[in-house]
Design a protein around this ligand. Structure first.
Ligand code: UD1
Length: 364
């Protein structure tokens, strides 16, 4: 029997672990999965609603570490997760994505000599000012099994000297969740609730520190949004970090005039929202991938991406955070027909099975 501890902490982890846990439960004659939530995200709208929407079993353990500076948060996860791992012997720790909880759990497992499988390994933006880039580099340096979503990730790892036997190209597990929930999302009434018609609005998310933590940058982005909003309404589910910053910089009133600001949405409502939008503006990682698969034009408000395949093959364009460029690119995107995108290799809805196969294979 393989005992596997799966670790999640923040919103973008939940859709990645859901199909993996499912697959492990299907193999319950051979695998005993445990789910640990670090509690990095704790609001109903940032955490609980995803467990409900995605039918993820309740976490066996919640470390309840909450918010804090990067070091505080990482340290608290490490201290609490070490106790878990000391009390619960495990063959593997599975970590997903690139949030602080991912890296913290990986360090703990490595120190206790428990094997680590990293789902979504090998992505690199090349930008170490981004906290997630540090998390990716550290987690991959420690992982025993590196499960990659795209071939560029394999190349990044090989370039960094990772042994090829440790790398397995399994495809994109977020897309498993997307395909599984498309039909269910169609039952969401979010469009009616917000009085929106398909293709007659833009959807936006914004929460990266580089975009929202500096008043000048944030005010500049709002300038661009005001111009775009005159052409097509923009719906903006607001991340708690962004809400705090808007208040702090006295920008809430201004932004409310040109955007439809709403609370963060659950997985199904958000899927229904952006899949019916004409254009997505975002600085998220996962949304670049989801829009690519659905063929929705996406502008990413960042200078770089760890997911270059969404630009090379998909519908994504990097536009940075200069107001003129954002507005110009948005108008250009609205003027072109949506076009057809290619769905990248192995983004086929079966990544979770390949992930669990790879873990079982590596355990032999
Ligand atoms: C984290 C991830 C980021 C991911 C994002 C998705 C890291 C370094 N960053 O960023 O990669 O894209 O999650 O949301 O791990 N807050 C709440 N309630 C919550 C969670 C957060 O109010 O449930 C507020 C707190 O004020 C907190 C702030 O949001 O200080 C930031 O939360 P944190 O988890 O530190 O980082 P995110 O910006 O959410």
């Amino acid at each position: 029997m393989l005992r596997i501890i799966n670790v999640v902490g923040a919103r973008p982890n939940f859709m990645k672990i859901a199909p993996v846990i499912d697959e492990m439960r299907r193999r319950s004659d051979r695998i005993e999965p445990l789910l640990v939530h670090t509690g990095q995200h704790y609001d109903e709208s940032m955490s609980d609603s995803f467990f409900e929407d995605l039918d993820i079993p309740r976490p066996d353990i919640n470390l309840e570490i909450g918010s804090g500076s990067h070091s505080e948060q990482t340290a608290r996860v490490m201290i609490a997760f070490e106790q878990v791992l000391l009390q619960q012997p495990a063959d593997w720790v599975v970590v997903v994505g690139d949030v602080n909880s991912t890296m913290a759990a990986a360090i703990v497992a490595a120190k206790l000599n428990v094997r680590i499988a990293h789902v979504e390994a090998g992505l690199r933006s090349g930008d170490r000012t981004m906290p997630e880039e540090i998390n990716r580099v550290v987690t991959d340096a420690l992982a025993d099994l590196l499960l990659t979503p795209s071939r560029d990730a394999n190349e990044n790892l090989l370039r960094e000297g990772v042994a090829s036997e440790k790398i397995s190209f399994v495809g994109n597990v977020m897309i498993d969740t997307l395909y599984r929930n498309l039909e269910k999302a169609r039952r969401s009434r979010v469009l009616e609730r917000l009085n929106l018609r398909p293709q007659q609005f833009c959807a936006m998310t914004l929460h990266r520190p580089s975009n929202v933590d500096h008043p000048k940058t944030l005010a500049g982005i709002i300038n661009a949004l005001e111009a775009i909003g005159e052409r097509l309404p923009i719906v903006f589910p607001v991340h708690p970090r962004t809400r705090e910053r808007l208040e702090q910089f006295n920008l809430t009133e201004r932004i409310q005039k040109s955007l439809l600001m709403i609370e963060p949405l659950g997985y199904l409502d958000f899927l229904q929202l952006y899949s019916n939008s004409r254009l997505v503006l975002t600085d998220s990682g996962g949304i670049q991938e989801e829009t690519t698969v659905l063929g929705i034009p996406c502008l990413t408000l960042r200078p770089n991406t760890e997911r270059p395949i969404t630009v090379l093959e998909g519908t994504n364009r990097l536009v940075g955070n200069t107001p003129e460029v954002i507005a110009r690119e948005a108008f250009a995107a609205l003027d072109r027909p949506a076009g057809v995108a290619r769905v990248p290799e192995l983004w086929d809805g079966h990544a979770a099975a390949r992930i669990v196969d790879a873990i079982e294979e590596a355990s032999r």
